[in-house]
Design a protein around this ligand. Structure first.
Ligand SMILES: Cc1cc2nc3c(=O)[nH]c(=O)nc-3n(C[C@H](O)[C@H](O)[C@H](O)COP(=O)(O)OP(=O)(O)OC[C@H]3O[C@@H](n4cnc5c(N)ncnc54)[C@H](O)[C@@H]3O)c2cc1C
Length: 397
């Protein structure tokens, strides 16, 4: 296994680090972040940030040069994610566009689709969302029931999507809909580009326990999708969706850095105490848990390096990549449980106030990371994959 980055990769890291030091918005590097009056204000700020990153040549590194990327290697893209998180820089807002839509259109889109859609993605001129999950189709995505029926030179689409992140700010969505209801589950699905401003699209935000309304229910009633917005062949959507989702899995550089910082916060709070209470640094149970977290963050780093080594050697990632996701997400929840223990009653203060620690940032992190064992494949689904495809146990159904 390769435990070091090459000199060229380290030079790339140094160049990026210098750019970030000069350009990360004020207040972010110190961890204060900025309070926004609304999600819309935050999204506008993040679009400006993505535009700036793009002007510096730092968005869509892994995209081919001809489409505005840098043709960077997977390792350089990994270094990019690591450095962005280490500088506490805001994330790219158009993540669905940059990470999922771009690579999917480059591989499966028509020339016209590439010309029309790709240039607007990198500077966040057009934000994208992912219309995959439905109330009855999340883990079992092939069960989608949204229907697309032929009409004129296209289809009319009806159904309901859910958990659609940033749908209320999106100009376009990638949409899975059933075009052949008679075909077996995964065979009759097509992959479309949906105009989020088309008549018949209704978006209803869902409030999360963090207080934010990032994701939404999306209702589609006789929404017309022209033939030009079909990606790949009709009824071939399942295979295309799988190439899209493959981009969600593998390594977790951002999560590694975030949890390393969380470890720093945990050690600081245990040493100093919280809100006037006695420090927990001598508590033997807290000490054991902190030591376990140090070990697990290091395991996460090594898991990432193992995956990068496989990618560099052009070996398939295989079902073992489920382990990377399963491990970091459950580690995260264990660390956040310790955080709540160390915060004590101050853990209830997740908004700025006299008893909130770090303006409530850490308590909000606890609430946010409950989602880690759900998004990009739940823990139960990752365990099924590992049981069946790695351990060779009988299929669950
Ligand atoms: C923060 C966040 C953002 C998201 N953003 C998007 C987005 O932008 N677009 C989008 O399309 N989706 C999005 N999702 C949805 C996400 O992909 C789904 O939540 C996920 O696939 C799980 O589906 P579900 O919520 O319908 O749960 P279900 O599939 O209904 O599962 C419910 C429970 O049953 C368990 N379960 C299900 N099947 C099995 C099985 N065979 N064996 C054992 N246990 C099982 C699950 O593990 C889970 O605990 C987002 C989710 C989150 C949390």
């Amino acid at each position: 296994m390769d435990l070091a980055f090459s000199p060229a990769e380290e030079a790339f890291r140094a160049e990026l680090r210098a750019w970030l030091a000069a350009n990360v918005p004020p207040g972010w590097a110190s961890g204060e972040e900025r309070e926004f009056a609304s999600l819309a204000e935050e999204v506008a700020f993040l679009r400006d940030w993505q535009r700036k990153l793009h002007a510096g040549g730092w968005v869509g590194l892994h995209w081919p040069r001809e489409y505005g990327g840098r043709g960077a290697s997977v390792v350089e893209n990994y270094v990019f994610q690591e450095e962005l998180a280490a500088a506490r820089a805001p994330e790219v807002i158009n993540r669905i566009g940059v990470n999922l839509v771009g690579p999917t259109l480059v591989t499966h889109g028509t020339e016209e689709q590439k010309r029309r859609f790709l240039p607007e993605i990198l500077p966040a001129a057009e934000v994208w969302c992912q219309l995959f999950s439905e109330p009855g189709a999340g883990s079992d995505l092939a069960a989608v029931r949204t229907r697309a029926e032929p009409r004129g030179d296209g289809w009319v689409v009806s159904g309901q999507k859910v958990w659609t992140s940033y749908a209320q700010f999106a100009r376009w969505g990638i949409l899975l809909a059933r075009t052949d209801p008679a075909a077996p589950k995964s065979k009759g699905i097509s992959f479309f580009i949906c105009d989020m401003q088309a008549p018949g699209v209704t978006i209803r935000p869902l409030r999360q326990m963090t207080g934010s309304e990032e994701f939404n229910e999306v209702f589609l009633e006789d929404v017309f999708v022209p033939r030009a917005h079909l990606v790949g062949a009709e009824n071939a959507g399942w295979a295309i969706a799988n190439t899209t989702l493959a981009h969600e899995r593998g390594t977790s550089p951002r999560q590694l850095v975030i949890h390393r910082m969380l470890l720093g916060d945990l050690l600081r709070l245990a040493r100093e105490g919280v809100d006037g209470a006695a420090p927990r640094r001598a508590d033997p149970v807290v000490r054991q848990r902190l030591a376990q977290h140090v070990i697990e963050v290091e395991i996460t780093r090594l898991n990432n390096l193992r995956t990068l080594t496989r990618i560099r050697r052009k070996l398939p990632l295989g079902p073992e990549s489920s382990f990377v996701k399963l491990f970091w997400s459950e580690m995260s929840q264990r660390m956040h449980d310790t955080l709540m223990d160390v915060l004590g009653p101050a853990g209830l203060c997740w908004q700025p106030g006299p008893h909130a620690v770090d303006g409530g940032r850490l308590a909000r992190s606890y609430l946010y990371y409950r989602a880690a064992s759900l998004f990009a494949g739940t823990s139960e689904i990752q365990r099924n994959i590992l049981a069946e495809r790695v351990l060779g146990l009988p299929r669950s159904r």
